[in-house]
Design a protein around this ligand. Structure first.
Ligand SMILES: O=C(O)C1=C[C@@H](OP(=O)(O)O)[C@@H](O)[C@H](O)C1
Ligand SMILES: C=C(OP(=O)(O)O)C(=O)O
Length: 274
């Protein structure tokens, strides 16, 4: 079948994941603007191959899954790297250090882009067999970044941009207006509520940091908005994140993990003191 997957890679992944059990398998051809989040499709293809499916992805924008059995397997599931964004960002905004154990050396996860993004923003980033360690640098630098491949990082990266030392531009994420909520509008509204200067662009956000003030951070039934609000709450006394429970979509233990991290690290100071 031919479809336009420019609004979400998940249309392709969903069809591929079910394709091996169709009588004739499935061939998916994308016709439209660029597909976002390609690493997620690579992950789908790799997972299918691990389970014994035959997948041909040799032609651009086309994926073919042959009909076959899906093998039952014991698999080691990698930690969700995108869900590490807010913990690693906590290190930057508080002037601290956070280690995520089990960070893979090789991965198809788009969230692995965090290593490069946080490095560009001035953090010290170190990957070894014990995991990924991120320590705050002297400052959080504004960034010009294309998040087309890892757009789920946008809310938390936008939160970091709001406390950076200069203006940031996030590009390539027009499609996240169609995610859990219109994330571009939601981030602009909530960051402006805190006092930040934000422009919505055709494919992202332009964020100019300003001193932040306490406010109620709305989360729009969107787990990533909770994660972004939590990061800003570390350095904005009086900030309240609404409906924290909505984070359970991907991280039901978020509040406990967050509290544990803060207990281990002491009380962060407003303004990002070390
Ligand atoms: O396959 C998946 O689990 C996902 C694919 C991506 O979706 P989009 O292609 O809609 O960006 C990503 O943003 C989302 O966080 C999770
Ligand atoms: C479906 C997801 O998408 P997003 O992160 O964009 O909410 C997810 O992360 O599981």
């Amino acid at each position: 079948m031919t479809l336009d997957a420019s609004a979400s890679s998940q249309f392709v992944s969903g069809l591929l994941l079910s394709g091996a059990r169709y009588d004739d398998g499935v061939t998916v051809h994308h016709d439209g603007k660029s597909v976002p989040s390609l690493p997620h499709i690579e992950m789908t293809v790799e997972t299918l191959r691990d389970a014994g499916a035959v997948v041909d992805d040799s032609e651009p924008h086309t994926w073919r899954v042959e009909p076959s059995e899906i093998n039952a397997l014991d698999v080691v599931v990698e930690p969700d790297l995108s869900n590490a964004a807010q913990f690693l960002s906590a290190a930057l905004v508080t002037g601290g250090r956070v280690r995520i154990p089990g960070w893979p050396q090789y991965t198809t996860q788009g969230g692995d882009a965090l290593r490069d993004i946080l490095d560009q923003m001035g953090a010290e980033v170190h990957l070894d067999r014990d995991g990924l360690t991120v320590a705050a640098g002297e400052a959080i630098h504004g960034i010009d970044v294309d998040l087309h491949d890892s757009s789920e990082l946008t809310p938390v990266i936008a939160a970091l941009c709001a406390v950076a030392d200069g203006r940031s531009i996030i590009r390539g994420v027009a499609h996240i207006r169609g995610h859990e909520t219109d994330r571009i509008a939601a981030l602009a509204t909530e960051l402006e509520r805190l006092g930040c200067e934000v422009a919505q662009t055709a494919d992202g956000l332009r964020i100019t940091p300003r001193p932040l003030r306490a406010a109620r951070w709305q989360t729009y039934a969107d787990h990533r908005m909770v994660m972004a609000g939590a990061v800003l709450g570390l350095v904005t006394p009086g900030l309240v994140v609404e409906d924290v429970g909505t984070v359970a979509k991907t991280l039901p233990t978020f509040v406990t993990l967050w509290d544990d991290m803060l207990r281990q690290g002491g009380t962060p100071r407003a303004g990002g003191g070390r």
